[in-house]
Write a protein that binds this ligand. Structure first.
Ligand code: XLS
Ligand code: NI
Ligand code: NI
Length: 439
C-alpha cells in the first residue's frame, strides 16, 4: 500500500538537546519510570475524529487542511483511506491505541442497516491493521449528537423512536468494541442537557439517560464486553447546560442509578476547565472515588470560553495530571487519548505529527516530573503532616467514628479556644514544585 505521509520518517527519541522538530525530546517509549515503561504508563491514543476527519472547519469558515488521503470524502473509499492513513500515522509515532465514534469510521447512510454493513466492512479492515503491530482500541463511542435527530438529546430525547435509534447505535458500537477488543466504551452526553427549563423535564431526562446506560451495560456484558464504561463529563457546549457537568456530578449520577460498578470517568482537561475546575481537580475527584478511568488529553485556552481542544503544552498541567494518575496506581483499561486538534492555520501533514510530538513530549515530561515530585517527597510529606493530628488521641476517635458531640464539646470547654492551625505554606510548596520542574 502506498505511503501517505511521504517524507515523514518514523519519529525517534532524540533527547532533550535534540534540534529536529520531528523527534521526541522526552518521550522515550522503553524508558522505565515508576516501574513501567513510558509506553505503558502513558498509553497514548489517537482520536480518529480530530486527526483523520477534522479539517479545521469552524463556525466562520470551511476547513483548511486536506484530509482526503487521496479519496473522495463521504465515500467508503475514503473511509478505507483513513484506516490506512491512521495506522501509518500511529506506526510512525509508535502509538499503540486509538479511539473513534461510529460515524468517524464510515459515512452514515440513510438506512441504519446499510450503516451497520459499512461498519462491518471497515472494522474488518481495522482489525487486519491492528494485528500487524498489536495496536489496540482504547475506547469507542456512538456519535449521538451530530445528526439533527439528536437535537433534543439521545437518552434524554422526548421521542421514544429516537431513543430506540440511539439504542440501536449503542448496540452496534458495543458489538464493534467486542470485535476490535476494545477496553473502554464512552458516553459523552453532548446533547444530553437543555437550553431552557420551560420545555424540559429534567428528572425524566436524567432517568432515561440512566436507562440507556443500563441497557448498554446489560447488552455489553452479555456479548462479552469486559472493559470499562465511561462517562465523559462536560458542563456545556453544545448545550447550555449538560447533565454530566463535572466529575463530582457524574459520580453522584452513577451512584444514584446503580451504574457505579460498571462505569468510570473519562476526564478531559478542557472540559474540567470549562466547568470552572482545574484538570487536576477532576482527576483527583475521580481518583478518590475509584473512578479515574481514562483521560482525554488536551488543553483549553483560559482566555476563550469554549472547548478549543488544543494539544497539551502546559507542563504544570501535565505534571499535576500525571501526579494524580501515578498516585492512583496508573492506568488499567484507560489511557491518554489525544482529543486534540491542530490549530486551523496548521494545515500540513507535518503539522499533524508535530502536534502529537508536542502532546506526547508534554506528557512524557509531565510523567518524569510527577515521578520526581513523588520521589522528592516534600509535598506529600507536608500534606501527610498537615493532618497528622487526626492519627492519635481525639483526632483518631473522630476518624474512626468513636466519639460523640458531647465528648468533643467537653474537650473544647476544657481546653478553651484553640489557636489557628499552622501555615498552609502554599508559596513554599509552589517553590518546591518549580525547583523539581526546572532544577
Ligand atoms: C467533545 C468531546 C468528544 C468526546 C467523544 O467535546 O470531547 O470528542 O470525547 O464523544
Ligand atoms: Ni473528549
Ligand atoms: Ni471535548
Amino acid at each position: 500500500m502506498a505511503e501517505i505521509f511521504k517524507g515523514i520518517p518514523k519519529i525517534e527519541f532524540e533527547g532533550s538537546a535534540g534540534k529536529s522538530e520531528l523527534s521526541f525530546k522526552y518521550y522515550d517509549a522503553d524508558k522505565v519510570v515508576r516501574g513501567k515503561t513510558m509506553r505503558e504508563q502513558l498509553k497514548f491514543a489517537m482520536a480518529w475524529w480530530h486527526n483523520l476527519s477534522a479539517t479545521g472547519q469552524d463556525m466562520f469558515g470551511p476547513g483548511t487542511a486536506d484530509k482526503s488521503f487521496g479519496a473522495e470524502p463521504g465515500t467508503m473509499a475514503h473511509a478505507h483511506a483513513k484506516v490506512d492513513a491512521g495506522f501509518e500515522f500511529m506506526d510512525k509515532l509508535g502509538i499503540d491505541y486509538f479511539a473513534f465514534h461510529d460515524v468517524d469510521i464510515v459515512p452514515e447512510a440513510d438506512d441504519i442497516k446499510e450503516t451497520n454493513r459499512r461498519l462491518d466492512e471497515i472494522t474488518d479492515h481495522i482489525k487486519e491493521k491492528q494485528a500487524e503491530r498489536g495496536v489496540k482500541l482504547l475506547w469507542n463511542t456512538s456519535n449521538m449528537f451530530s445528526n439533527p435527530r439528536y437535537m433534543n438529546g439521545a437518552g434524554s430525547t422526548n421521542s421514544p423512536e429516537i431513543f430506540a435509534f440511539a439504542a440501536a447505535q449503542t448496540k452496534k458500537s458495543l458489538e464493534l468494541a467486542v470485535k476490535l477488543g476494545g477496553s473502554g466504551f464512552t458516553f459523552w452526553g453532548g446533547r444530553e442537557g437543555y437550553e431552557t427549563l420551560l420545555n424540559t423535564d429534567v428528572k425524566f431526562e436524567i432517568e432515561n439517560i440512566a436507562k440507556l446506560m443500563h441497557l448498554a451495560v446489560d447488552y455489553g456484558r452479555k456479548i462479552g464486553f469486559d472493559g470499562d464504561f465511561y462517562i465523559e463529563p462536560k458542563p456545556k457546549e453544545p448545550m447550555k447546560h449538560q447533565y454530566d457537568f463535572d466529575a463530582a456530578t457524574s459520580i453522584g449520577f452513577l451512584r444514584q442509578y446503580g451504574l457505579d460498578k460498571d462505569f468510570k470517568l473519562n476526564i478531559e482537561a478542557n472540559h474540567a476547565t470549562l466547568a470552572g475546575h482545574t484538570f487536576q481537580h477532576d482527576l483527583r475527584i475521580s481518583a478518590i472515588n475509584d473512578m479515574l478511568g481514562s483521560v482525554d488529553a488536551n488543553q483549553g485556552d483560559l482566555l476563550l470560553g469554549w472547548d478549543t481542544d488544543e494539544f497539551p503544552f502546559n507542563i504544570y498541567d501535565t505534571t499535576f495530571a500525571m501526579y494524580e494518575i501515578l498516585k492512583s496506581g496508573g492506568f488499567t483499561n484507560g489511557g491518554l487519548n489525544f482529543d486534540s486538534k491542530n490549530r486551523r492555520p496548521s494545515t500540513s501533514y507535518e503539522d499533524m505529527f508535530k502536534a502529537f510530538i508536542l502532546g506526547m513530549d508534554a506528557f512524557a515530561l509531565g510523567l518524569i516530573k510527577a515521578d520526581a515530585l513523588i520521589e522528592d517527597g516534600r509535598v506529600d510529606k507536608f500534606v501527610a503532616d498537615r493532618y497528622a493530628g487526626f492519627s492519635e488521641g481525639i483526632g483518631a476517635k473522630i476518624r474512626s467514628g468513636e466519639t460523640t458531640l458531647e465528648e468533643l464539646a467537653a474537650i473544647a470547654e476544657e481546653k478553651g479556644a484553640p489557636a489557628p492551625a499552622e501555615s498552609g505554606n502554599q508559596e513554599g510548596l509552589q517553590s518546591i514544585v518549580n525547583q523539581v520542574l526546572f532544577g
